[in-house]
Design a protein around this ligand. Structure first.
Ligand code: SF4
Length: 413
């Protein structure tokens, strides 16, 4: 059987300003660090290439976080000669990289992997960072899909989140991207923002639909402990709507998108037919991917590893020819099964029961039917001989349903 192609993830940790709700792996843009980081990223990718043996990196030394065991082969060797059909620049704000830097990273991927001719090449972009010229240059560099972090089409909400763009700038960025030849766009929206009502969500969703992107992602805002936004909300007297309203915001938004011709294919994602994110589907369907850059994770075979989180430590390691890998471990059969179930259950198509039986030797309903039945009775879950899937209401309580698969004492990751 042919080995499925890999996905390639390239992390860009720089932002022009730090949004008050964000807990991603990112930092403020520093021009010198960015230049060295891009060179390091290219160096890490090229280390995959058997044709460049001098660049294969030495295993890192243990520091605060454990380095890979010297006795095990360098993770890079695991993907030698593999085909790849997606490249994804995520961040941070990848559109702070110049088109020439993006082109260099894509070229390094092409040298190190068999990147398929029709590969999906996505770059996350913030609306305020793009101009018609830059967009044309990204397109020429090989990017064929853009994912814009729009978050809201209401200026007051964008201001509260500390975003640098307004709604007009987001609309202009989409128009400029179309003019530059991008026929595959995704827009992110956030719901349950401070002070946001159901009608306000409806306004943003309708504005998104008017732009008719091929794909959209909708996330409910989660305010992590000690986020600057928490203090600002307390000072300004803003609050989030009650939980029931958040559920209605999500259900309304999905219904509006469905009426406009989008298919919901994952808890947070919708697409026009044929425009699902091929890259992200690898995470949800037991696929394999190589991640490059600080904090990036890779999963190949049953092995998972991740790079050091700090951008400066990452650069320093690469500049000294030392592997950036911070930790590496083999997933146990139990972990592989749990992960396959959690990830596929996120999809509207649900868990492929026959595949789980063939691949993991487990009959899902026989093993967990008793614990899953109450969720089915409550209308959160449905199943037939082939699939086990969450209903849309079940998607709002996905973690509760997933906990049925866990051994006592574990929690949903
Ligand atoms: S632009 Fe994105 S990654 Fe950067 S701080 Fe804002 S939310 Fe975080």
């Amino acid at each position: 059987m042919a080995i499925p192609p890999l996905g390639l993830y390239l992390h860009v940790p720089f932002c022009a300003a730090i949004c008050n709700y964000c807990n991603f792996n990112r930092g403020l843009l520093d021009a010198d660090l960015k230049r060295r980081y891009v060179a390091s990223l290219v160096r890490e990718i090229r280390a995959e290439n058997a044709g460049l043996p001098s660049t294969v990196l030495r295993p890192g030394k243990a520091r605060a976080i454990p380095a890979p065991a010297r006795a095990t082969p360098a993770p890079a060797r695991a993907t030698l000669g593999r085909a790849a059909d997606t490249i994804y620049f995520g961040g941070g704000t990848p559109s702070l990289l110049d088109p020439a830097e993006i082109a260099g990273a894509i070229q390094a991927c092409r040298e190190a992997f068999e990147v398929e001719p029709g590969a999906e090449v996505t770059m996350e972009a913030n609306p305020e960072t793009v101009t018609p010229d830059r967009l044309a240059a990204y397109r020429a560099a090989g990017v064929n899909r853009l994912s814009f972090g729009v978050q809201s089409f209401r200026d007051i909400e964008l201001h509260r989140l500390g975003r640098l763009h307004d709604a007009a700038r987001a609309r202009a960025a989409v128009a400029d991207a179309r003019a530059a030849g991008f026929d595959n766009l995704s827009l992110d929206l956030m719901l349950w923002l401070p002070g946001q009502s159901r009608d306000d969500v409806g306004t943003s969703v309708e504005e998104l639909i008017a732009l008719y992107p091929e794909h959209a992602s909708l996330y409910l805002l989660e305010i992590y402990p000690n986020a600057p936004l928490e203090d600002e909300m307390a000072r300004a007297g803003w609050s989030q709507a009650p939980d029931d309203d958040a559920a209605d915001m999500y259900l309304d938004a999905m219904e509006r998108l469905e009426s406009a011709g989008y298919e919901q294919y994952e808890i947070s994602n919708v697409a026009r037919p044929g425009r699902r994110s091929r890259h992200n589907l690898k995470y949800w369907t037991d696929g394999e991917w190589r991640g490059f850059g600080c904090g990036a994770h890779s999963t190949v075979g049953h092995v998972r590893w991740n790079n050091v989180a700090s951008a400066s430590e990452y650069v320093s390691r690469l500049e000294h020819d030392v592997s950036p890998v911070a930790a590496r471990r083999e997933l146990s059969p139990r972990e592989q099964l749990e992960e396959a179930l959690f990830m596929e259950l996120r999809l509207s198509d649900g868990v492929r029961l026959e595949r789980v039986r063939e691949h993991y030797g487990v009959d899902v309903w026989q093993q967990w039917g008793e614990r899953l039945a109450p969720f089915e009775e409550a209308g959160l879950l449905e199943h037939d001989d082939h699939r086990l899937r969450l209903t849309r209401r079940g998607m709002l309580l996905a973690n509760d349903v997933m906990s049925a698969f866990l051994e006592a004492g574990s929690t949903v990751k």
